[in-house]
Design a protein around this ligand. Structure first.
Ligand SMILES: Cc1cc2nc3c(=O)[nH]c(=O)nc-3n(C[C@H](O)[C@H](O)[C@H](O)COP(=O)(O)O)c2cc1C
Length: 427
């Protein structure tokens, strides 16, 4: 772990604040929660009801990966390969998970990853996610492929960052950077793992296309999900009109017979454009989608303030390594630059494993969108609370009071146990 990581994670909450919290014991289902949320005890629980709520092609777009889903599976397997070595009899009463990041203190070491098209799965999806994140004092990253004007999201969710998809062209880069700055964002994330569209065969098979094509098949998919059809789609059309892709190139409606999103010369995007962005953008600049330690080094040299180690949740290059596996190598090359991570995080224990391997902060994608779809803002608030509570409980069980104590010595390689103790076995 770098020194900067340790500094960033120093305890901030007072012992009194921490003491006002409960014992961290798992509670019975909370009767004050909306009925739809009572059975939601972990982030994975949101998936099945979301599958029943969201039309098949849209659910497939959200849940799926690329080609064989190898990276999607690999992201989870990486966490399972690590085991904890907890310490006993530590007074953990004053534990805190507050985390300082880019000059701001967040209430948890995780945020909401950028997801395009959230407003076609969840009513007012971008706003719901942004509001719930701001209320919980954690960051939400608004996707460049979103259906809500970025200005509105930042207004309603002041902890929002903005994520851009950009072509390797000066004009669009300059225009977007200026727009994002005018809207008051302080952190701009450039996603760098999408030079071309991924090969998501599941989308083709299920009839998903962006923008959505008004076909009989899509109509049937909608009719067979009446709660979505009336509670989300018809409600959106009646109250707000047809949603448009608002934050990337010319506006395109969500539902269109012929319209295409203009992706521009994305395959020409290169480090010189990152340097251009660095000159234009005075806020924090983050690159998302780094998996190679050499790229981490170039990112730092190009002026990035941080990177998100990510394989896009297994949605881009199928077979791309799980971010957790390359995290330690990348941290070693980061030279103090902030290293964050996403892809496959579902549990407090996953968050803590990533932090132990040197991440400053992590992001979670799909489960928060499922939560927004089935129960709106209350759903996202509940999902955030579940993950926070898990982290709090896990910290106590591990015998730590600050996240800075989450170091590599707390882990061992669960696969290569050979009965000869831990020496040389940690990853
Ligand atoms: C429906 C969906 C849409 C996404 N859209 C974007 C996007 O617009 N920009 C981006 O950088 N990443 C996008 N991602 C990737 C996420 O930001 C994140 O890397 C990934 O979801 C993390 O993995 P997880 O879902 O396993 O937590 C998307 C992911 C999903 C599930």
């Amino acid at each position: 772990m770098s020194d900067s990581r340790r500094e960033l994670s120093e305890p901030i909450a007072s012992a009194d604040q921490a003491a006002s919290r409960g014992t961290g014991a798992a509670a019975l289902p909370d009767k004050t929660l909306p009925r739809a949320l009572r059975g939601m005890l972990a982030l994975d629980d949101f998936e099945a009801p979301a599958r029943r709520y969201i039309p098949r092609p849209i659910f497939g777009y959200v849940s799926g990966g690329a080609e064989t889903n190898a990276s999607l599976r690999g992201n989870r397997a990486a966490f399972d390969d690590l085991a904890f070595v907890p310490r006993a009899l530590v007074n953990v009463r004053a534990r805190t998970q507050k985390t300082a990041l880019f000059g701001r203190t967040y209430d948890a070491p995780f945020g909401l990853a950028p997801m395009g098209g959230t407003a076609m799965a969840a009513y007012q999806g971008d706003l719901v996610l942004a509001r719930a994140a701001a209320e919980a004092n954690i960051p939400m990253i608004l996707s460049g492929a979103s259906l809500t004007p970025l200005e509105r999201v930042r207004e309603e969710g002041p902890s929002a960052w903005f994520q851009a998809y950009l072509p390797g062209e000066t004009g669009p880069i300059t225009a977007l950077v200026e727009r994002v700055a005018r809207a008051g964002y302080d952190t701009l994330v450039l996603t760098v793992d999408v030079p071309v569209m991924a090969n998501r065969e599941n989308n083709v098979r299920s009839g998903y296309h962006t923008p959505l094509r008004p076909t009989l098949r899509l109509a049937w998919d909608g009719i067979t999900r009446p709660r979505w059809l009336f509670g989300m789609f018809a409600r959106t059309l009646l109250l707000h009109g047809m949603p448009h892709f608002e934050n990337w190139g010319p506006r395109v409606p969500l539902l269109s017979r012929k319209g295409e999103r203009q992706r521009g010369l994305r395959d020409q995007l290169s480090w010189s454009h990152v340097e251009l962005m660095r000159r234009l953008w005075t806020g924090r600049l983050v690159l998302k989608g780094i998996l190679d330690k050499n790229d981490a080094k170039i990112a730092r040299e190009s002026g990035a303030d941080g990177i998100i180690v990510s394989n896009h949740g297994g949605r881009q290059l199928d077979g791309a390594v799980a971010p957790l596996r390359v995290l330690p190598g990348i941290v070693s090359q980061a030279g103090g630059m902030t290293v964050m991570m996403d892809s496959g995080i579902r549990r407090g224990t996953d968050v803590l494993k990533a932090l132990a391997l040197g991440a400053h902060f992590v992001f979670v994608g799909r489960p928060f969108l499922y939560a927004a779809a089935i129960a709106g803002e209350a759903g996202v608030r509940h999902a955030i609370k579940l993950l926070r509570d898990e982290i709090d409980r896990d910290m106590a069980l591990l015998g730590i009071t600050t996240l800075a104590e989450m170091r590599r010595e707390r882990l061992m390689d669960a696969r290569n146990f050979n009965g000869f103790g831990r020496g040389g076995r940690s990853p």
